[in-house]
Design a protein around this ligand. Structure first.
Ligand SMILES: O=C1O[C@H](COP(=O)(O)O)[C@@H](O)[C@H](O)[C@H]1O
Length: 231
């Protein structure tokens, strides 16, 4: 794990966007296409705006989400709408978006249709950007959920999850899917998230803090992109 710290979000967002864009350009040069998996929540919004403005062959990039809350597109908690309204804009408007929210009423039973929606996603993933909750969840691998052991052990691409300490059913990439990446970034902003990171690094029970399964592995490089100061 490599910690990359910035003075503030005004410095972090363009620099992180250039770093991600560089990796996507390298992948396109090497194989003609690239995959980018992003997270939702509140942290990535200004970074999405910065990334959307970078010039690259976005028509060769497939974007998807590491997880989604099972809500309609017009719900304020929709990660899909966050991506559509902030990342799939400007130069990035021509990227392909593989959605992980489908029309089923429940996430439970929708795994097959979500897996089908992801069938065109180039794998291994070129860039995976994760967030982290105060409870140490990442994607929607929640420590509180009944599905956490299966989320760690499953060979499937996605898993439906019902958190008990956060709202909404979720659809999440499984741990195996998340680790099928060339480069992982953990994007965190603020001292409280840094405290969670430090706690995650201080012990090894991944069921207590699922982010440990990402941080404490040696197969995929992980850069933590961090600033304490949100402007
Ligand atoms: O519920 C979720 O939370 C995490 C962290 O979100 P943030 O608001 O603290 O940035 C996020 O990474 C995940 O995609 C989201 O569904």
């Amino acid at each position: 794990m490599n910690l990359v710290e910035y003075k503030d979000t005004n410095e972090l967002n363009p620099a992180f966007a250039e770093r991600v864009a560089g990796l996507l350009k390298d992948a396109i040069k090497a194989k003609g296409c690239a995959s980018l998996v992003v997270s939702g929540g509140s942290t990535p919004l200004p970074f999405f705006k910065a990334l959307s403005q970078i010039e690259l062959a976005w028509d060769k990039v497939t974007i998807t989400l590491a997880d989604e809350r099972w809500v309609d597109a017009d719900h304020k908690d929709s990660n899909t709408s966050l991506v559509k309204n902030n990342l799939l804009q400007n130069n990035a408007a021509v990227a392909t978006f593989a959605e992980i929210k489908t029309s089923e009423a429940s996430a439970f039973g929708a795994e097959a249709s979500v897996t089908a929606s992801l069938s065109g996603l180039p794998q291994p993933l070129d860039v995976l950007i994760l967030g982290m909750g105060e409870d140490g969840h990442t994607a929607s691998l929640f420590p509180c959920s009944e599905q956490i052991a299966e989320g760690f052990a499953s060979d499937d691409l996605v898993i439906a999850v019902q958190p008990t300490t956060a709202p909404h059913e979720r659809m999440s990439l499984t741990l195996k899917s998340l680790l099928n990446a060339q480069q992982i970034f953990l994007h965190i902003v603020g001292k409280s998230k840094k405290d969670v990171l430090d706690k995650a690094l201080a012990a090894d029970d991944k069921f207590e803090m699922p982010i440990r399964a990402i941080l404490q592995q040696n197969d995929v490089p992980v850069d933590v992109i961090y600033t304490e100061t949100k402007l």
